[in-house]
Design a protein around this ligand. Structure first.
Ligand code: 5AD
Ligand code: SF4
Length: 470
């Protein structure tokens, strides 16, 4: 397990003790608010931050204006995500003017970028604490320093080189957003350096949690009634504990009880046949495979440093279809990578149609400072957005066609309860499904967090509709 850095247990204990000191300082009735941008990894980090905040005596709130501790957990994957966070952070000024004792923090991937840190320091003086992705576990100390030491505008990021830093802290409290869906990070960071991507710079090198810690967490979740558990990592296939990822997945799916295990993300170069075989063999592994293709042209894939060809991607997708004929395969595509020609983009549309994705996450290429692709000659914005629109159109058609395969079938659905008069839930394929209850059936049978059987009657591109079976 090279490059793994585990936070010593004593350090975690110290933070938990410091949390109690903060509790004594702040008194009763204070609230904490966390705004999370970006991916599931950030959501998972925020659930730990909220766990620590609650240990410090804050109560969770979804209303920023009533909070005494406000944290923005930011994303840097595209400029759009950064601008969203910065614009929302502007609202902190007023709150801080009203009550200077409010503690404000900005963390996550943006905080790891020196140019963004400088900008926050200069333009957002009302943000007290800026901390990096490897400092989540030190929240109690940072808040304590701010409250007891009067330290404002402190920056806590690792001073190690980005290829060295990386910590794993076990034993932190967690306050999960849902009582039946859970994120479980199995690894952090990324070693792949796709040329467009900022993640390896802001989240450091790959490091894996111990399988025993991961499995104990999952077992605890299953026992506590969690039904939909997603294993998280930038590239779960390069998990390096004492088990391989397929072995870990098999164990994660073998606890007693009805629940689903999902995972994301898989890098196509590393997604193995063994992994697909485990999925096919384990009923608790949801039949959903997120396999980002990024481009359907080999020259572009090579420039992106993806290290697979379209043909190899197709082979993997075909193997998934062979072993799990009904699996839902989803993907990410970037439109308008530097120097991508119309013909090369047409290859992508062709490849997307050929695979047939159940859902496609389509992105306009966004240059990320410090990444190799940002140094290349860029395509005009309108070319990128036109390609984005064309790909969305192609995918909408395909997704609707694929969804029709469910009409007339009965699917197991994990209910999210009633929203706006309709019951809604997710299938194992991770499709959103709305459903109605037959006359006389008590609504509690389809309460949020319950599995139900739904017969599908209608299919649109991104939603299904059906009736609950008695
Ligand atoms: N511009 C646009 N999309 C990007 N992604 C990653 N970096 C960029 C970028 N610079 C997309 C990739 C990745 C997904 C999470 O975000 O498709 O799989
Ligand atoms: Fe970014 Fe590539 Fe790592 Fe995914 S695999 S996080 S796209 S560098």
């Amino acid at each position: 397990m090279e490059n793994n850095v585990f936070v010593p247990h004593s350090e975690v204990e110290k933070q938990l003790e410091t949390a109690k000191k903060v509790r004594a300082l702040i008194g009763e009735g204070k609230k904490a608010y966390i705004s999370t941008f970006g991916c599931q990894q950030n959501e998972a980090d925020s659930e730990r931050l909220m766990g620590l905040a609650c240990l410090m005596g804050y109560e969770k709130t979804d209303v920023m204006e009533e909070a005494s501790l406000i944290i923005f957990n930011t994303c840097a994957i595209r400029e759009h995500a950064e601008l969203k966070a910065l614009s929302k952070a502007g609202a902190l000024r007023k709150l801080k003017e009203r009550d200077k004792n409010i503690v404000t923090a900005l963390c996550g991937c943006m905080a790891e970028q020196p140019h963004r840190r400088a900008q926050v320091f200069k333009s957002y003086p009302y943000i007290d604490i800026v901390f990096g992705t490897d400092r989540v576990h030190t929240l109690p100390q940072m808040v304590y320093d701010r409250l007891a030491g009067g330290k404002t505008h402190a920056v806590y990021v690792s001073d190690l080189r980005h290829d060295e830093f990386g910590v794993i802290a076990e034993g932190l409290p967690v306050v999960r957003e849902s009582g039946y869906k859970a994120w479980v990070s199995i690894m952090y960071g990324c070693n792949n350096f796709c040329t467009y991507c900022v993640v390896p710079y802001v989240r450091g090198r790959e490091r894996s949690r111990k399988s025993e810690d991961i499995l104990a967490e999952i077992e605890g979740l299953v026992k506590a009634g969690y039904k939909d558990i997603t294993l998280l990592g930038q590239n779960v296939n390069s998990y390096k504990g004492d088990l391989s990822f397929p072995e870990l997945l098999r164990k994660a799916a073998s606890f007693e009880g009805e629940y689903w295990v999902r995972f994301m993300t898989s890098h196509p170069k590393d997604a193995s046949r063994e992994l697909v075989d485990v999925m096919a063999a384990c009923p608790n592994v949801a039949p959903q495979f997120h396999l980002p293709m990024q481009s359907g042209n080999n020259r572009v894939l090579d420039l992106m440093n993806r290290r697979y060809t379209v043909e190899q991607y197709m082979e993997k997708a075909a193997y998934i279809r062979k072993m799990i004929p009904d699996a839902s395969i989803t993907s990410d595509i970037i439109c308008g990578y530097p120097t991508e020609t119309e013909e090369e983009f047409a290859d992508t549309v062709k490849a997307v149609r050929a695979v047939g994705f159940d859902a496609l996450f389509t992105f306009v290429y966004s240059p990320r400072p410090g990444t190799p692709a940002a140094e290349m000659e860029q395509l005009p914005h309108d070319v990128k957005t036109a390609r984005f629109a064309a790909l969305c159109d192609a995918e909408n058609e395909k997704a609707e066609e694929l969804n029709r395969r469910f009409i007339g079938r009965t699917l197991r659905v994990l209910s999210d309860g009633k929203a706006e008069g309709n019951f809604v839930g997710r299938t194992g394929h991770n499709k959103i499904i709305t459903f109605t209850l037959p006359e006389g059936v008590d609504e509690s049978v389809a309460a949020a967090g319950k599995f139900v059987d739904v017969k599908v009657t209608e299919a649109k591109a991104y939603t299904l509709h059906g009736n609950l079976l008695k």
